[in-house]
Structure formats: structure tokens, C-alpha cells
Design a protein. Structure first.
Length: 310
């Protein structure tokens, strides 16, 4: 069943360095982080409306116009307007200025992200990107969550400064997005965040928390400790993380496992990446001159794996 995917991988070129301009552009976006990238109260896909009051009114009034999420794929959501205040209120003036600044910054970053995608760097599918952005907007990657699996793998091209060309073959039973959280109490919050983009998301029973929408879109959430238990594959992965950027929209800052730990996690006999992705990531690490950290990660994995003590 996997033979076509295997031969497709064999035909691929090995990892190659990104150009200096591409790597610098990625690094610049990553350095900016998520400061002033999101406004929790005024989502940037809405707009500010200023309406004049009645005759002889002292000031105009300011409203925010946005859209509530819809479970239907083709429906952008229900349009709504909320009152912000009087236009002559200094606090409202500052709020409008911040909203406009965020929109301008996002537009500039979107142009940069499109340039990186146009140069061949990997990006997630649209719905995965929306889910990851919603989690980032809620500051989960800044505080607790770690992005895993294929979406994390796609960020390693920019992290390592290499051009990764992972096979395009689909993998059975792969969730749209996989993350790990260190605090199990955050699971309910994750579901709340998902419902901001699609109210139909519900929780499924299982050892790993899985949330699925009416359209069948899934996100798998694993609760892991802070890496003390190295005999656990997820604990090993998230024991050391790096900052990365998902090439969706304005570029979404996330936390991902250090790339060498994904390669070394094969010692546990389980990984969310395919064998082809692991092989190409290994080549990318070597090309990036990270042979030593790769060897250290393997040594740590062997020492922490139960089979190594038998």
C-alpha cells in the first residue's frame, strides 16, 4: 500500500540549503513573534465603522463589525456589530489605532509569507492553518501547547535553513492537527478555542483527547508531563522545544519539538512522522551542521527507553 509513497520519496532530491534571503526572511518573521499580531477583542477580519450621531450630536460613535463562526463550510458566519464608544474618547482612539496597526502588520507579513511559499517552502492546508492560528491567538503555544506531527515537520525547513521536500502521499488516520499540552486542565479551553472557528467541534472519548467537527476535521491532543519521563515518546519530544513559524496567513508563531528529537524518537518505535519524513529530516539536520545535537538526542533517547536497560 505504501510502495508508491516510498518510490516517490526515493525520487526526491535530498535536502538543500535555503537561499540567504529566504532564511533571513523566515528569521525576521520568527523574531517578530506574536506581539501585536492578534487582538483578542477585535479579530482582524472585521472592520471599524464610524457613524455620525443625530443632528447637533457632539461626537460620532464607533462600532466593530465582525462575523460569528459558522459550522457550514461555505458560510462565512453571521455578521454582527458591537458598540465600542464615542469617537472623541481617547481610549477609543487608541483602540482604533491598535486595530489598524495590527491589520497593517498582518498585511505586510502575509506578503512575506506568500514569498516564502512561492519559493517552495511548505505550508499547511487551509483548515489546519486556521486551527493552528486559533490556538496561537489564544496564546496556547506561548504558554503550554507544543505543535506535533506533520504540521510541526513543515516548520523545520525554516528552522534549519534547508529546503525539505517531504512526499505528498497521504497517511491513514492522520489528524488534521496534533498537539501536546502539559496541563490537562487546559483541554476544556482547547475545545472552547476550536469552537471559535467552528461551533460544531465536540470531544470524542479516548486516551488521547480528540476533537472533531461536523465536517470530520479532527485535532488530537495528548496530555504530557514536562519531559521528566523520557520513556514516553511525547514526553521525550516536548522536553526540548524550539520556536518556529507555520506559513499560514501572516505566519503563525508556534512551539515545536527540537527537530533532532523527532529523529531520535524513532527509538521509541512510535512517531507522528512518516519514515520518509524522518529520513529527510535527518539529512536536513546533517546539512545544517547539527550532527552533534542529533547524536546527543539519540543518546538521551536510548538512555531513557525501557528496552535499553534489558
Amino acid at each position: 500500500m505504501y510502495a508508491p509513497c516510498f518510490f516517490a520519496y526515493i525520487a526526491l532530491k535530498m535536502a538543500r540549503p535555503l537561499s540567504l534571503a529566504q532564511h533571513t526572511l523566515f528569521a525576521d518573521l520568527l523574531e517578530q513573534g506574536d506581539v501585536d499580531l492578534f487582538d483578542p477583542d477585535l479579530p482582524e477580519n472585521g472592520s471599524i465603522l464610524v457613524r455620525r450621531g443625530a443632528t447637533n450630536a457632539l461626537s460620532a460613535h464607533v462600532y466593530y463589525q465582525g462575523y460569528r463562526p459558522s459550522a457550514r463550510k461555505a458560510d462565512p458566519g453571521q455578521r454582527f456589530a458591537s458598540y465600542l464608544g464615542r469617537a472623541d474618547d481617547p481610549a477609543i482612539t487608541m483602540r482604533i489605532a491598535k486595530f489598524q496597526s495590527i491589520k497593517a502588520m498582518r498585511a505586510e507579513r502575509i506578503t512575506a509569507v506568500r514569498a516564502l511559499i512561492g519559493a517552495g517552502m511548505p505550508r499547511p492546508d487551509r483548515i489546519s492553518g486556521r486551527i493552528i492560528e486559533a490556538l496561537a491567538r489564544a496564546a496556547l503555544f506561548r504558554e503550554d501547547a507544543v505543535l506535533l506531527g506533520h504540521a510541526a515537520y513543515q516548520t523545520y525547513a525554516g528552522v534549519l535553513g534547508v529546503r525539505l521536500s517531504a512526499p505528498k502521499c497521504p497517511t491513514p488516520d492522520r489528524a488534521t492537527v496534533a498537539i501536546a499540552v502539559r496541563d490537562g486542565d487546559r483541554l476544556g479551553y482547547v475545545l472552547d478555542v476550536l469552537r471559535t472557528i467552528d461551533p460544531s467541534f465536540t470531544a470524542e472519548a479516548g486516551a488521547t483527547a480528540t476533537y472533531r467537527s461536523a465536517n470530520g476535521i479532527g485535532i488530537a491532543v495528548t496530555v504530557a508531563g514536562r519531559g521528566e519521563n523520557l520513556s514516553d515518546a511525547t514526553g521525550f519530544l516536548i522536553a526540548r522545544t524550539v520556536r518556529a513559524l507555520v506559513l499560514h496567513g501572516p505566519g503563525i508563531p508556534v512551539a515545536v519539538p527540537a527537530p533532532e528529537r523527532y529523529v531520535a524518537s524513532a527509538q521509541f518505535g512510535q512517531t507522528l512522522l512518516t519514515a520518509e519524513e524522518i529520513a529527510e529530516l535527518t539529512d536536513g539536520l546533517v546539512l545544517a551542521g547539527r550532527d552533534r545535537v542529533l547524536a546527543e538526542a539519540f543518546a538521551e533517547a536510548v538512555a531513557g527507553h525501557p528496552a535499553s536497560s534489558r
